[in-house]
Design a protein around this ligand. Structure first.
Ligand SMILES: [Zn+2]
Length: 405
């Protein structure tokens, strides 16, 4: 390949760069080459005669002015949206859901399951695996987050109580051999019988072991940290709370650096003071997630969540008894909430939705605007923080035509 041909495959984006690391935005350029980020540099570097622009001189340049270029958003806890749920086991439903989230700036997800019968979980995993293997948009699915059925009957949250059971390593063995490399995260209640064996198997398979929907005592969580549990889902929700004589799961999560965690900032799941407390204590060990369900992107009404009826009113999803049943927002709204409601800076908010979740879920080459990383990025309008453009693996996604351009 000649130098000229090599340069011709490039695209240069100019804008305010928020690289996902938490550093302040700077005016600069992102050079994209064959689906990857080839280079990121500040405007003053070119002004100082570094000559980087010469190198990309033949490449088309798109100038986004004062808009921000940020890494694509990464939601490691997402059940559904646009009327579809991962548990439906429907390829067309998954594609509809992925288009909705991609249009709103989420370029990577862990497709998250719910407690159900084993055949239903089998079907959900098979559908997500085939979409990942066969569809261009399936690249948004980075793997499965298995949330249930190995959870505490004391803290089911929105999980169907009928199918809760003790951890079954044999099932995990079957799923990892049927869907190689696809299980990314396993959430379980570590106090259940069989949990230690399941965690050991998960780590062997490079699956992140997480604590959630758990009635474990503080000491039981400490023991599970010793087994290799490294994460806890939706901090404070569906777990034994803090008590000064029994600090519970919440006390262990807040105190121990070995555990990363998640916050849901939809305005319903956590009091703003709880958000502040968790972020202060966990810092770069907390990511923002949506836990969104099929009503995301839909109107208020009655929906089904793994066999249970959920009422959605003004965007709040609840069972008849008032229990919260997930959210109905895309992660871009969580970023806006972190800034507009929780007073976080934009670089900090973006970091909690990009590089931090990428690190927690071990998604290599994602979550930063940095040379060598995948060209998954969004253009964010700086006032209202609306997502204007979305790029996945170097291709723009057009929400109007619901396809790549
Ligand atoms: Zn949950």
């Amino acid at each position: 390949m000649t130098e000229r041909e090599r340069r011709a495959g490039r695209l240069v984006l100019k804008g305010m760069i928020l690289d996902g690391s938490g550093r302040d935005p700077f005016s600069g350029y992102v050079v994209i080459e064959r689906g990857r980020i080839a280079k990121v540099y500040a405007e003053e570097e070119t002004a100082a005669g570094y000559g980087h622009l010469d190198e990309a001189a033949d490449a088309p340049l798109l100038d986004f002015g004062s808009s921000c270029l940020t890494p694509g958003l990464i939601d490691i806890h997402l059940h559904g949206g646009a009327g579809a749920d991962v548990m439906d086991g429907s390829a067309s439903g998954l594609i509809r859901m992925l288009r909705y989230y991609l249009a709103h700036g989420t370029t990577s997800i862990l497709a998250t399951t719910l407690t159900a019968s084993k055949p239903d979980i089998d079907r959900a995993l098979a559908a997500a695996f085939s979409v990942r293997q066969t569809e261009r948009i399936g690249q948004v699915i980075q793997g499965i987050h298995l949330e249930g059925p190995f959870l505490s009957p004391k803290w089911p949250g929105a999980q169907h109580p009928q199918w809760l059971c003790n951890p079954q390593t044999a099932w995990l063995r079957e799923w990892t051999s049927r869907f190689p490399g696809f299980l990314r995260m396993l959430t379980l209640a570590p106090e259940l019988e069989g949990a230690q064996e399941a965690v050991a198997f998960a780590l062997e398979q490079n699956i992140i072991a997480a604590c959630g929907h758990s009635d474990a005592t503080y000491d039981q969580v400490r023991t599970a940290i010793g087994w290799g549990i490294s994460h806890a889902v939706h901090c404070c929700n569906a777990m034994r709370p803090f008590h000064h004589r029994e600090p519970g799961v919440v006390g262990a999560v807040l105190l121990h650096d070995e555990l990363s965690t998640e916050i849901n900032v939809d305005g319903y799941h956590l009091h703003p003071a709880a958000v502040e407390l968790i972020v202060r204590l966990k810092q770069d060990r907390v990511c923002v997630i949506t836990d969104s369900m099929r009503a995301a992107g839909m109107t208020d009404g009655v929906y089904h969540l793994a066999g249970l009826e959920v009422h959605v009113k003004e965007g709040a999803a609840r069972f008849a008894d008032g229990t919260i049943a997930g959210s109905t927002i895309p992660l871009a709204q969580s970023v806006r909430n972190l800034v507009q409601t929780h007073g976080k800076s934009l670089p900090e908010a973006v970091k909690h939705a990009t590089s931090i979740p990428a690190g927690i879920a071990k998604l290599h080459n994602k979550g930063l605007l940095k040379a060598g990383y995948d060209a998954d990025l969004i253009v964010l309008e700086p006032e209202q923080l609306q997502v204007k453009r979305v790029m996945l693996g170097g291709d723009w996604f057009d929400p109007e035509s619901n396809d790549f351009v």
